[in-house]
Design a protein around this ligand. Structure first.
Ligand code: NAP
Length: 252
C-alpha cells in the first residue's frame, strides 16, 4: 500500500487491516509511516491483521523493489497492491517548470508503473491478485486550473490500468481504479479552508468524502466477489461530476 502514512492510503490500510489483511504501509517519511502502522495496530486490537511500515519513494525503482521484498519477507507474499501515493501541487501552465511537471508525473504515473512492476513477480507466483490504483476525477473526467500535470498523471493512470488489465488477465490478476472526488485528508486540508468551502458547495451531497468512502470501494475491488471486474473505474465523489452546470445545484 503506497502513500499509506496519511490520508486515503492510511484509510485503505486501516479498513483492510480491520478485515484481517496484513498491510505494509509505504511512504517516504518512515517515522510517519511507522506512526500510522502503530495507530492501525492499536485501532484493530488483536483480532485484525498486522500493519508494518517501510520507507519507499515510488519514483525510485530500487525503493519499489525493497518495498516488494519487505512484503514478501514480513508478510509472506503479496495478494493486493494499492498504488495510492500521489502529490497535487498547483502551478498554472505559464509558471509550471519542467521540474514541476516531472515531479508530478514521476510520482503519480511512473510511481504506479514502478509499484506494479516491483510486485508483479510476487502476484504472478500466487496465481491471483488484485491491483487497485487511486486515480482521481481530475484528469479522467474533470479539469481544474493549476493541475494540468496532475490531471495528465491521473488520466494516464487509467490508460495504464486498461492495458495492464488485459496483460494480467491470464494470470488471474485484476487491475482497477478508484476515482475520488474531494476527500478530506491531510493533503486536502493543506489546500486551505476557502478551497474546501468552494468544493463542498459544488458537491450534491454537500460534504467532502471521508477516507473510508474510498477504502470501502477499494475493499470491494480487492474482494473475491469482484474477481470478474477488471480494467474498470469507480467514481466516489458524492455526485460531484453530475451537475451539467452550477445552476443544477441552485435549487437543492
Ligand atoms: P496526502 O494526504 O497528501 O497523503 C499522500 C501520501 O502519499 C502520504 O502518505 C505521502 O507520504 C505519500 N507520498 C507522497 N509522495 C510519495 C512518494 N514519492 N513515494 C511514496 N509515497 C509518497 O494525499 P491524499 O489526499 O490522501 O491523496 C492520496 C491519493 O489520492 C493521491 O494519489 C491523490 O492524487 C489521490 N486523490 C486524492 C483526492 C483528495 O481529495 N484527497 C482526490 C482525488 C485523488 P510521504 O510524503 O511521506 O511520502
Amino acid at each position: 500500500m503506497t502513500g499509506a502514512s496519511k490520508g486515503i492510503g492510511k484509510g485503505i490500510a486501516r479498513v483492510f487491516a480491520s478485515k484481517g489483511a496484513k498491510v505494509l504501509l509505504a511512504a517516504r517519511d518512515l517515522a510517519q509511516a511507522e506512526a500510522a502502522a502503530a495507530e492501525i495496530r492499536a485501532s484493530i486490537g488483536g483480532g485484525g491483521g498486522i500493519a508494518s511500515a517501510v520507507a519507499a519513494d515510488v519514483s525510485s525503482p530500487e525503493d519499489c523493489a525493497r518495498m516488494a521484498a519487505a512484503a514478501d519477507e514480513r508478510h509472506g507474499g503479496i495478494d493486493i497492491v494499492c498504488s495510492n501515493a500521489g502529490v497535487f501541487p498547483a502551478a498554472r501552465l505559464g509558471e509550471m517548470s519542467v521540474a514541476d511537471w516531472d515531479q508530478v508525473l514521476d510520482i503519480n504515473l511512473k510511481g504506479t508503473f514502478l509499484t506494479v512492476k516491483a510486485c508483479l513477480a510476487g502476484l504472478k507466483a500466487r496465481g491471483k491478485g488484485r491491483i487497485i490504483v487511486t486515480s482521481s476525477i481530475t484528469g479522467p473526467i474533470t479539469g481544474y486550473p493549476g493541475w494540468s500535470h496532475y490531471a495528465a498523471s491521473k488520466a494516464g493512470q487509467l490508460g495504464f490500468v486498461r492495458t495492464a488489465a488485459i496483460e494480467l488477465a491470464p494470470h488471474n490478476i485484476t487491475v482497477n481504479a478508484v476515482l475520488p472526488g474531494n476527500i478530506f485528508t491531510e493533503g486536502m486540508e493543506a489546500l486551505g479552508p476557502e478551497y474546501i468551502a468552494r468544493m463542498t458547495s459544488a458537491i450534491p451531497q454537500r460534504r467532502l468524502g471521508s477516507v473510508e468512502d474510498i477504502a470501502y470501494a477499494a475493499l470491494f475491488l480487492a474482494s473475491d466477489e469482484a474477481g470478474y471486474i477488471t480494467g474498470q473505474t469507480i467514481v466516489v465523489d458524492g455526485g460531484q461530476v453530475l451537475p451539467e452546470s452550477p445552476a443544477a445545484l441552485e435549487d437543492l
